[in-house]
Design a protein around this ligand. Structure first.
Ligand code: ADP
Ligand code: MG
Length: 617
């Protein structure tokens, strides 16, 4: 039977790193995982003897590139034919195919079989690992969680993230925007210094996404988001990619070899570039050395900070453009900003900081909150509040967030009719009436789009529903379309036929191309199955390690005794040596699947050696 869930958790499910906090004793505890780290790579690897999540998965990327999945966040809630996704697919060493309902599926070899996973499923594996870390810390079961998403995530990406939480066995209390979450962390940290309403610009540049958010924080802990801007495809990984491309070209020039076809080499180069990029944040040049990168040819090249900045200048400029856009949307001037707060690993890049300082005319940037943990911190505070925490600091917290992108439907001429404008505060409900454009039209079809372009198809298509109308001359039949966005930023739509004056028209709410309830149920079952497999694997490696350890112990004892016949009979020594040889043979020759063999060998070895060792003087 399940133990009672005691605490709620806050999860920053990042593109490259994730982080979890628990709310306990009126404060946030950021949890270290089994490797002792407070953030964990959002990476899952599949091997012939099990599944690895986090550091374990990331560390073996270069050896197993096609079955090591990262960037699930760049896939989640996107359709397979999305142009950006198609670009990413070209870069990923793992295979992505088109699944049902146009949902992308990742194909891996797992335990010797080919398996397909959705991004929701991969993300749920990361979430499960974080949940388990929290459970281990608390010594109790965790159910309730707040999960963060980039402010610029669209509706399908939010919904899919919520589904991933569900597959991980979590009750998702709320989906909250990452910069808003960081604002909570900042607001709480600064609560004693805030004497009036202040305007804070949160600049969050991570591994995969960029978000900028303009919020006001008042002395009563009310955080109001005024505007958000950003790009769900801009971050540290793009900077890594430009470096990889640059070095592929340099390598071609120097050695006349194209390494772009060698997945393993590219993977190793990418890992080295990411490391070099971090080094360039503290020193001004570095050398990348990789032994035998391709066909025995070593890689050794220098890169300066200036070169790195040049390679990525377009990305950096885009960040500043987004800051301008956000200020414009909030109808504020740069001098109205009281604090510029840095969040996300990529804000450690000196050029990014310098461009921001310059933009704000020499303003000092605030590094008061932890760039890697602030998002999880804020989510945990909200989780505490939503589960009825009574602490005053948190009870007073009020959050007012916004819709990141306009929502609307297409008109007969293909233009976008906006129903909810971007940056409207949430929750929100708006409606509009539409009429038929032909005589005896039978249905009015509503495509739902999200975005700012005036031609509907240039925006992000979210789904479609049809409303049946009675035959009538054109413009006589009417429908009312209602859009509502909840506190999670998730959209619900309905259409009602109005001509008859009764609300008996077709009401449609289920319009989205996303995982079905059955898909999710199956994933939940699978998650349980994979967990059992992982446990089995752990048990096997545990027994194997126990055997290896025991062999080493006995060997070192034998070595210590040496030829000292005063301590041991020659015959006993021989018996132990033979037993060690036998056990070592099993250790070296058996497969991990021969779990029973290890166990037998360990028992046998102990049976022989224990009595002899006990006799030692
Ligand atoms: P996300 O939330 O998108 O997972 P994070 O905020 O955890 O991302 O940031 C991870 C990104 O930050 C990675 O791309 C990483 O390479 C980059 N990063 C971390 N430290 C540094 C540094 N010192 N200099 C430059 N980039 C860094
Ligand atoms: Mg982040």
């Amino acid at each position: 039977m399940d133990r009672k869930a005691v605490a709620a958790i806050g999860i920053d499910l990042g593109t490259t790193y994730s982080c979890v906090g628990v709310w306990q004793n009126d404060q946030v505890e950021i949890i270290s995982n089994d490797q002792g780290n407070r953030t964990m790579p959002s990476c899952v690897a599949f091997t012939n003897c099990g599944r690895l999540i986090g550091e374990g998965a990331k560390n073996q990327t270069a050896m197993n590139p096609t079955n090591t999945i990262y960037d699930a966040k760049r896939l989640i809630g996107r359709r397979f034919n999305d142009a950006k996704l198609q670009e990413d697919i070209k870069l990923w060493p793992f295979k992505v195919i088109k699944g049902t309902s146009n949902i992308p599926k990742i194909v891996v070899s797992y335990n010797g079989e080919e398996k397909e996973f959705s991004a929701e499923e991969i993300s749920s594996m990361v979430l499960i690992k974080l949940k388990e870390a929290a459970e281990k810390f608390l010594g109790n079961v965790v159910r309730d969680a707040v999960i963060t998403v980039p402010a610029y995530f669209d509706d399908s990406q939010r919904q899919a993230t919520k589904d991933a939480g569900h597959v991980a066995g979590l009750n998702v209390l709320q989906i909250i925007n990452e910069p808003t979450s960081a604002a909570i962390a900042y607001g709480l940290d600064m609560r004693n210094n805030i004497t009036r309403q202040i305007n804070v610009l949160i600049f969050d540049l991570g591994g995969g996404t960029f978000d900028v958010s303009l919020v006001t924080i008042d002395k009563n802990s009310t955080i109001t988001v005024k505007a958000v801007a950003g790009d769900t495809h801009l971050g540290g990984q793009d900077f890594d990619s430009t470096m990889v491309d640059y070095f592929v070209e340099q390598f071609k020039r120097k050695h006349k070899i194209d390494i772009s076809v060698n997945k393993k080499a590219l993977s190793r180069l990418r890992v080295a570039c990411e490391k070099a990029k971090r080094v360039l944040s503290s020193i001004i040049d570095t050398i990348i050395d990789i032994d035998s990168l391709h066909d025995g040819v070593d890689f050794s090249m220098r890169i300066s900070r200036a070169k790195f900045e040049k390679l990525n200048e377009d990305f950096f400029s885009k960040c500043i453009e987004m800051v301008e856009k956000c200020l414009g949307d909030a109808q504020m001037n740069k001098k109205d900003i009281d604090e510029v707060v840095l969040v996300g690993g990529s804000t450690r890049i000196p050029k990014v900081q310098q461009m921001l300082t310059d933009f704000f005319q020499g303003k000092e940037l605030s590094k008061k909150i932890h760039a890697d943990e602030a998002v999880a911190y804020g989510a945990t505070v909200l989780a505490g509040k939503l589960t009825g925490c009574t602490g005053k600091r948190v009870k007073n917290l009020v959050l007012i967030d916004v819709v990141p992108l306009s929502l609307g439907t297409d008109l007969y001429d293909g233009s976008m009719s906006v129903i909810i404008k971007r940056n409207s505060p949430i929750p929100i409900k708006n409606e509009k009436t539409y009429v038929t454009v032909e005589d005896d039209q039978e249905i009015i079809g509503c495509n739902i789009y999200q975005g700012e372009r005036s031609r509907a198809v240039d925006n992000n298509w979210l789904g479609k529903f049809n409303v049946a109308v009675p035959p009538a001359p054109k413009r006589k039949s009417k429908i009312r379309v209602t859009f509502s966005v909840d506190a999670n930023g998730i959209l619900n739509c309905s259409g009602v036929e109005l001509t008859t004056g009764l609300k008996r028209g077709l009401i449609v709410t289920n319009y989205k191309e996303r995982l079905t309830t059955q898909d999710i149920e199956k994933m939940l079952d699978d998650a349980h199955k994979y967990k059992l497999q992982d446990e089995e694997y752990k048990k096997k490696t545990f027994v194997r390690n126990a055997l290896e350890g025991y062999i080493d112990d006995v060997k070192s004892k034998i070595k210590k005794i040496g030829n000292n016949t005063k301590m041991i009979h020659k015959k006993d020594m021989e018996i132990m040596e033979i037993a060690i040889e036998k056990a070592s043979k099993i250790l070296n020759e058996s497969q991990l699947d021969d779990f029973d063999e290890y166990e037998k060998a360990l028992n046998q070895l102990e049976k022989v050696c224990l009595p002899i060792i006990a006799k030692l003087v």
